[in-house]
Ligand binder design. Structure first.
Ligand SMILES: Cc1cc2nc3c(=O)[nH]c(=O)nc-3n(C[C@H](O)[C@H](O)[C@H](O)COP(=O)(O)OP(=O)(O)OC[C@H]3O[C@@H](n4cnc5c(N)ncnc54)[C@H](O)[C@@H]3O)c2cc1C
Length: 396
């Protein structure tokens, strides 16, 4: 039987692959002329090269993502350091240092001043244990305040970038779920990974090819405006579209933005290919072939600044950290206004489950109740879950 999948972002693609592998004929509808949704690459006229809409960082503990890439034959298109290392530039002190986790589950790196966050001692890591007991109403910043330099030197940045929400209002329980699948499992689950060439080349194009080879009907540029309740369907569109298509569906309705700034500049990628930044506006910097790309999460707080002012500020931070010329190179600023849902306890309570009142209709998307933040891992997991739920419903 044919199954309709609506939306060819990562959630829809993961669902389509799961269904296809299980022998279903999939018709995949995508409103845009290109697939990929919020994880896509395109040619940029100003920079004269292809860029991603934004840097996407994965960790080796993102097992649903790795399985998806393995399925479509694209696992080798990821790259990153061989070890669980995270280089940092601290703009407050001018210090450059590298967090070096050990591979095994027991975190002996916290006993080594050369491996841990500068200025931290054992008591700061003990304070972090509070996260393990976080309740659904707890917020990151107040819960982790006791972690002192560990908070300001690492946890704050990890929280804002993994939850895309400022830690004063972000759910501590959601951060716990991120750490449970990565840091808590040890360095082997925390090795940084990112697309070698581009997001589309890793996550999107191989999946489309894999689906086409197996007979899926992929309809790009076809916006779905209504759902046939008798048709087996997975709805993998953003929440505001899902609530238009499914009456009475409660969805998250507050969003956070992400700034990505792409500067035409070639920099030695160093040990990891990226750096975390502390004490400035810049958060993560990726050294691509001839572009330096900067990510700033939870960017609603900068809505009052012009893109030109943001670019000037960020370039001055990069120039300071890497001793670069002060003149700002050719650049492109991308502001994704509704990059993800905002991860406050109140908004997380609005995330719907996979199943709807209609046994023929399942929901997927990073905004559904995956137990993870709105990330690639969450999106892919939601697509897998929706496919499995629909197949079991069709068998009943
Ligand atoms: C700038 C940025 C940086 C990010 N960084 C990271 C990161 O470092 N690590 C990480 O894990 N995640 C990151 N994310 C999050 C990640 O990109 C998303 O979680 C993921 O791409 C969401 O996939 P999705 O399929 O749930 O949604 P979407 O990608 O939004 O897909 C929904 C699709 O539905 C289509 N659609 C909408 N309406 C219709 C309709 N009526 N008919 C047919 N199709 C329709 C849309 O065009 C879209 O293609 C980042 C996101 C952004 C924006």
């Amino acid at each position: 039987m044919s199954v309709h999948v609506i939306g060819a972002g990562l959630a829809g693609l993961a669902a389509a692959c799961q269904l296809t592998e299980s022998g279903h004929h999939v018709v995949l509808f995508e409103a845009s002329k290109t697939a990929g949704g919020r994880a896509r690459s395109h040619f940029d006229n100003v920079l004269g090269c292809r860029i991603d809409n934004g840097n996407h960082l994965l960790l080796s503990g993102n097992i649903s993502t790795l399985s998806y890439l393995h399925r479509v034959g694209a696992k080798r298109s990821l790259t990153g350091p061989a070890e669980p290392v995270f280089p940092f530039c601290d703009l407050r002190t001018g210090e450059n240092w590298t967090l070096r986790l050990n591979h095994t589950g027991f975190p002996w790196w916290i006993f080594s001043p050369k491996r841990r966050v500068p200025g931290t001692g054992l008591r700061h890591y003990v304070a972090m244990l509070k996260l393990k007991k976080a309740k659904s109403t707890d917020l990151v910043a107040p819960l982790l305040a006791g972690a002192g330099p560990l908070y300001s030197g690492l946890l704050e940045l990890l929280a804002v970038s993994s939850l895309n929400t400022t830690p004063d209002i972000a759910s501590a329980a959601l951060l716990r779920s991120v750490f449970a699948e990565t840091l808590d499992r040890g360095g082997y689950a925390t090795i940084p990974r990112y697309a070698r060439v581009g997001l589309s080349e890793t996550f999107i194009d191989p999946a489309l090819e894999w689906l086409r080879e197996r007979g899926a009907d992929i309809r790009l540029g076809e916006r779905v405006t209504e759902i046939n309740p008798a048709q087996a369907t997975i709805l993998a569109v953003p929440p505001w579209i899902a609530s238009e298509l499914v009456p009475d569906l409660m969805v998250p309705n507050e969003f956070e933005s992400i700034y990505n700034l792409h500067f035409k500049y070639s920099l030695d990628p160093g040990e990891a290919g990226f750096w975390g930044f502390l004490g400035g506006m810049t958060e993560w910097v990726f050294a691509h072939k001839d572009v330096l790309s900067v990510t700033i999460s939870a960017a609603n707080r900068y809505a009052g600044m012009s893109p030109a002012d943001i670019a000037a500020k960020v370039w001055s931070e990069l120039a300071t950290a890497f001793s670069l010329p002060p003149e700002i190179p050719v650049h492109r600023v991308v502001w994704e206004k509704r990059a993800t849902i905002i991860a406050t306890p109140a908004q997380l309570a609005r995330r719907p489950k996979t199943r709807t009142h209609n046994p023929n209709l399942m929901l997927a998307g990073d905004w559904t109740d995956t137990g993870l933040p709105a990330t690639i891992e969450g999106a892919i997991r939601s697509g897998n879950s929706a496919a499995l739920a629909l197949m079991s419903s069709l068998e009943d």
